[in-house]
Write a protein of this length. Structure first.
Length: 468
């Protein structure tokens, strides 16, 4: 009898223990990005049920999280409004150290200002003669004088007035402070890439151009995709610009989550600009597709000496790529997305598109389907960003050396790092290594004149200045 009572008591105790474990597990998971509950249980429970559970068991922690997120949003709004009012701002030096990239050791200084976190948090940089230009995701434009950097313990930026806020819309920028996607300077003209809202439910890639002027730059239309995207999700849009040859520019356009929207054929279609890299004539503004089958290219560089385009690209869950386009072959290249990829579909994609595996099989080979293989791919993903050639700084004439940033949400496996690549004279990959920064590396630009590399870290609103 006693044994029977013990068995019954133990049987009744098991559900209590499981509830306690579930409570501790679930409450610790609230607000995190990638947990067991979100990846597995969350897929099978309705949103109403999940909301009821949170309200019943985790009301206090949920409210604390809501309050915290609200405070963060309000703080970023205050940064957004404050920078918009400032005519000047400073970035204070916070670190002076060394960094090892491949076989090279460089010195670097780090400058930070938290205001930049609330203005994107992305920013992009370009060098023109003696000035470093910086544009925030919120379309605020500044410059600093490069020769003055060594004489000061801070970077002092001065605002350049523009009509970009009027073009994009102040309310639009407040809703989406990462609206600016890139900026370059070519022949004393500044080209700014952003996502234009034509009307509700119609967004697309745009480039505006203006003559460099330190008082005010008046921007006017240069290129518009004119292919409406109705998704509110605008981060898979590409938008990177690069100098090119024969009076042209290069431009990347992402696939705007084509697979999730059940439009998997568009990155492979010549009739659509989704998932393409194009060239644009600076005089006539006519464009031509150079490559297709892209998902979200976030790094772009044209090697004029070797006539090669090198690009970095975000994959799905895994399968980020580094791709080479040898222009001497004189044909449109196809890099395979979304038919071939070394990544996998996110479960969220499979939920919204039940035919995703059929329409977008993500075959683990590019060449077998007639596509161009990536020179390097990453599993798990690293979210690669901009890349630049640095052999001018290393003085290595026999190799093609590159530096690339990476982002991601965690500080593991090459994420939030600076990556070094070395190719031989025929662009065969010889070496790849990375140096952990533990921040999202959004942009990189160089100054050959001053032998410097400028790196923007969006997690803290910082600039690294690297030199040999």
């Amino acid at each position: 009898m006693k044994n029977f009572k013990r068995i019954v008591s133990l049987f009744l105790l098991i559900p209590v223990i499981l509830i306690v474990i579930l409570y501790a597990w679930a409450s610790d998971s609230i607000g995190k990005q990638d947990t067991f509950l979100k990846r597995y249980i969350g897929v099978h429970l309705s949103q109403d049920f999940k909301d009821d559970i949170k309200l019943l068991f985790f009301k206090k922690k949920s409210q604390d999280l809501i309050n915290y997120n609200y405070q963060v949003v309000e703080l970023k709004k205050s940064y957004l409004n404050r920078l918009a009012r400032l005519n000047k701002f400073q970035m204070s030096q916070t670190k002076d150290s060394e960094i090892t990239l491949g076989p090279h050791t460089f010195s670097y200084k780090r400058y930070s200002n938290k205001l930049l976190v609330g203005n994107g948090p992305r920013s992009y940089m370009q060098v023109n003669q003696n000035e470093l230009f910086l544009i925030t995701g919120s379309a605020q434009l500044f410059f600093t004088h490069i020769p003055s950097i060594k004489r000061s313990s801070s970077l002092k930026f001065t605002k350049i007035k523009t009509n970009l806020v009027d073009i994009i819309g102040k309310k639009r920028i407040q809703e989406y402070p990462s609206i600016v996607k890139h900026m370059i300077i070519d022949q004393n003209k500044m080209y700014v890439s952003f996502i234009k809202k034509k009307k509700p439910g119609c967004h697309y890639n745009s480039i505006y151009v203006g003559e460099i002027n330190f008082e005010k730059i008046q921007f006017e239309p240069f290129f518009e995709m004119n292919e409406c995207q109705n998704a509110g999700y605008l981060s898979q849009s590409g938008g990177i610009i690069s100098k090119f040859k024969n009076d042209h520019l290069l431009y990347t356009i992402g696939d705007y989550r084509a697979v999730g929207e059940k439009k998997s054929s568009l990155p492979q279609s010549i009739e659509s600009l989704r998932g393409k890299i194009i060239e644009i004539n600076k005089k006539t503004k006519n464009f031509k597709i150079l490559s297709l089958g892209h998902r979200n290219p976030q790094g772009l560089y044209f090697d004029k000496k070797n006539d090669i385009i090198i690009s970095s690209e975000h994959g799905p869950k895994g399968g980020c790529e580094i791709n080479l386009n040898f222009l001497s072959e004189n044909k449109i290249k196809n890099f395979g997305w979304p038919i071939s990829s070394y990544g996998e579909h996110y479960k969220s994609t499979l939920i919204v598109n039940e035919n995703a595996k059929k329409d977008s099989p993500l075959i683990k080979s590019h060449s077998k389907k007639g596509f161009v293989e990536p020179v390097l791919y990453f599993n798990p993903s690293i979210a690669p960003s901009q890349l630049v050639k640095i052999d001018y700084l290393t003085k290595n004439t026999k190799k093609n050396e590159f530096l690339m940033g990476s982002m991601g949400k965690e500080n593991d496996y090459g994420k939030r790092s600076l990556h070094y690549f070395s190719f031989d004279e025929n662009y065969k990959l010889e070496e790849h290594s990375y140096f952990k920064i533990n921040e999202r590396v959004r942009d990189i630009t160089t100054s050959i004149k001053f032998n410097k590399i400028f790196v923007f870290l969006e997690s803290s609103g910082s600039i690294l200045i690297i030199e040999k």
